[in-house]
Design a protein around this ligand. Sequence first.
Ligand SMILES: Cc1cc2nc3c(=O)[nH]c(=O)nc-3n(C[C@H](O)[C@H](O)[C@H](O)COP(=O)(O)OP(=O)(O)OC[C@H]3O[C@@H](n4cnc5c(N)ncnc54)[C@H](O)[C@@H]3O)c2cc1C
Length: 302
Amino acid sequence: MYDIIIIGGGTSGLAAAIYARRVNKKVLLIENDSIGGQILNVEVLNNYPGIINVKGEEFARNLKKQVEDMGTDIVIDEVTKLEKEHDIFFIFTKSNQTYQSKTVIYAAGVESNKLGIKGEEEFRGKGISNNAIIDGPNYKDKVIAIVGGGNTAIDSTLYLSNIAKKIYLIHRRDIFKTEPIKIESIKEKPNVVLLLNTIVTEINGKDKIESIKIEHEGKEQNLDVEGLFINIGHTPNTKLVEDLITLNPHKYIITNHDLETQLPGLFAAGNVREKRVDDITSSIADGTLSSLKAIEYIDSKL
Ligand SMILES: Cc1cc2nc3c(=O)[nH]c(=O)nc-3n(C[C@H](O)[C@H](O)[C@H](O)COP(=O)(O)OP(=O)(O)OC[C@H]3O[C@@H](n4cnc5c(N)ncnc54)[C@H](O)[C@@H]3O)c2cc1C
């Protein structure tokens, strides 16, 4: 029986593990993909106090080492079901394992949204990607497009501007939701073309993407591109808990100030919960607080 099971190995889950291990709680962290989560997509981290010009990947590697060295059990598997009976949580995984725990910190983050247009499913993996870091090197000296206007699209553009020959950055509005300094950097890139108030309406090609159709002020145009990075926001990974607790209208978990959900013993941390800021500092703060509150909850039952 674990004291705390953490679902999700992003920054919030990893921070939670650190605080729980500091007081020797028995902790299992379950991650279905790569330890580090979204931070692995952050090209350079410059807004975390005390950290200057560190790659997201390096930050994640250090966090992982810290968590492992402190004695956290880590399993790479997908949690498929979560149940609570009496005071015990049962966590079921894709590889047919069942784990038991006194508390759960749910830190499962968010998934990338889709455009929902013709060609999007057909060309997934054949020129369409959400992840510049992983798929970017395939587009060396090629013409590509990136859709979106937030952190992810902007970071993808900065990263890919060193790889691709030309990038169309397509945004449906005329204002970006990111740090102004990043926009300034993009404007200085000679190979980036900004297409504002513009939407992508079709993706076309044969075996892989050859062009996209865009629409600006009612006028349509084809752009020849070999790759399309779709970075248009996220949907929270809350399917596992939607029958257990109340979510907000956008399916984010609602917590109180102590990061407790409506189900005693179930805490939520990071981007998966309703909060004002979705960044690394707030995710780490969530991991810390949820862990301290889970510890308090466990100790109150002794
Ligand atoms: C391209 C990009 C650039 C960014 N740039 C910055 C920046 O410069 N500064 C900044 O502060 N923030 C930045 N952010 C945001 C920051 O990375 C996130 O806010 C933060 O990492 C979120 O952490 P998290 O732990 O809440 O979620 P995540 O990192 O999403 O972690 C959730 C984890 O849960 C796992 N998971 C989901 N479902 C299950 C399941 N059923 N079973 C097991 N595991 C599961 C997922 O695989 C994932 O690893 C950026 C994000 C992106 C994508």
